[in-house]
Design a protein around this ligand. Structure first.
Ligand code: ZN
Length: 314
């Protein structure tokens, strides 16, 4: 069922709404809440969640005879609805970042009211999932991000069966994020980071779609999911495991590597060309053996720009 999470009026345009899906048996609180598009240019998450809503709506309608939805699922595919329309990360009217507005308020600015409505709808869920991407210049491997996790969250994170789980401490500075606001409530909170902003990367989206369906199956929300036996290893990485490679020279950076591959120490991962003469001015090699978890996708470089990130196995 589609309903509006929040309806807002604007001075000289039509009213606008933030829609959400509520699917599965009625209950006072959803078992799982999924949020995407807090940043309007992060389209992978919006695409994944709209597809998931379509899939679960069909499950509920009995289209897949073997599947049954046992618990309530709340999906907000695009919190920053206007940003998605205008392809902007921030809220278009005042350029504010909705993910710096939590816990929000009922009487504040528009973005504070949006934050409040999102938190109200999601905070009592047993499992809460917020989907983001890296920026428009950088691509990240689909991963589960944990912030100051409990042992139980560490265990649950494996149910997504995504290859990388990245652990971070909860930032003492950015306390106004959705994640920080969720963490004070009972229940478990996860961020998924998927690819690059500004585009739909179908491979990543399909992979995360499957991860979410497996997750729903494993935590008992969706019955009848055929779970594949995982041959792929799930690796946990802390912040110290990340090795970053920066551009030593300006130029044009090109790499045909894919995120999510294991690389060797000294392996060539890309080249910096002189943007005018076209000759290779730097071979970019991995400093360590590990998982190639991020690659710069914008070719034009200044000295010091981040090129690659490789996470070393513990
Ligand atoms: Zn984001």
């Amino acid at each position: 069922m589609k309903r509006n999470l929040l309806c807002m009026t604007a001075p000289v345009r039509e009213d606008f709404d933030i829609p959400c899906h509520e699917i599965g048996p009625k209950s006072p609180h959803p078992a799982i809440a999924l949020v995407g598009g807090l940043h309007g240019d992060e389209i992978n998450g919006v695409f994944i969640l709209s597809r998931l809503a379509d899939f679960l709506t069909n499950v509920e309608a009995g289209v897949y005879k073997e599947l049954r939805l046992n618990k309530r699922v709340l999906i907000i595919p695009a919190v920053n609805v206007l940003g998605v329309n205008l392809r902007t990360r921030t809220w278009p009217f005042d350029k504010s970042d909705i993910n710096r507005m939590f816990p929000g308020s009922t009487i504040g600015e528009t973005t504070q009211r949006i934050a409040y409505a999102v938190l109200e709808a999601t905070r009592r869920a047993e499992y809460r999932i917020d989907i983001h991407t890296a920026g428009v210049d950088f691509e990240e491997v689909p991963q589960v991000r944990l912030y100051g996790p409990s042992e139980s969250e560490r265990e649950t994170a494996r149910l997504f069966a995504l290859p990388a789980i990245m652990e971070r401490s909860l930032s003492p500075v950015f306390t106004t994020t959705l994640m920080s606001s969720w963490k004070v409530w009972p229940g478990e909170s996860f961020m998924l980071r998927v690819g690059q902003a500004g585009t739909v990367q179908l491979d990543h989206c399909q992979r995360v779609f499957r991860a979410l369906v497996s997750f729903l199956g494993r935590c008992g929300v969706l019955e009848g999911v055929k779970l594949s036996v995982d041959d792929e290893e799930i690796c946990c990485f802390d912040k110290a495991s990340a090795h970053r490679i920066y551009a030593e020279k300006a130029g044009t950076f090109v790499s045909d590597r894919q995120v999510g591959r294991w690389v060797r120490a000294g392996q060539e991962l890309g080249y910096i060309y002189d943007s005018f003469n076209g000759n290779v001015i730097e071979k970019v090699v991995s400093p360590v053996a590990g998982l190639l978890s991020g690659i710069r996708r914008h070719p034009l470089l200044f000295e010091g720009d981040l090129l690659l990130r490789v996470n070393k196995k513990k």
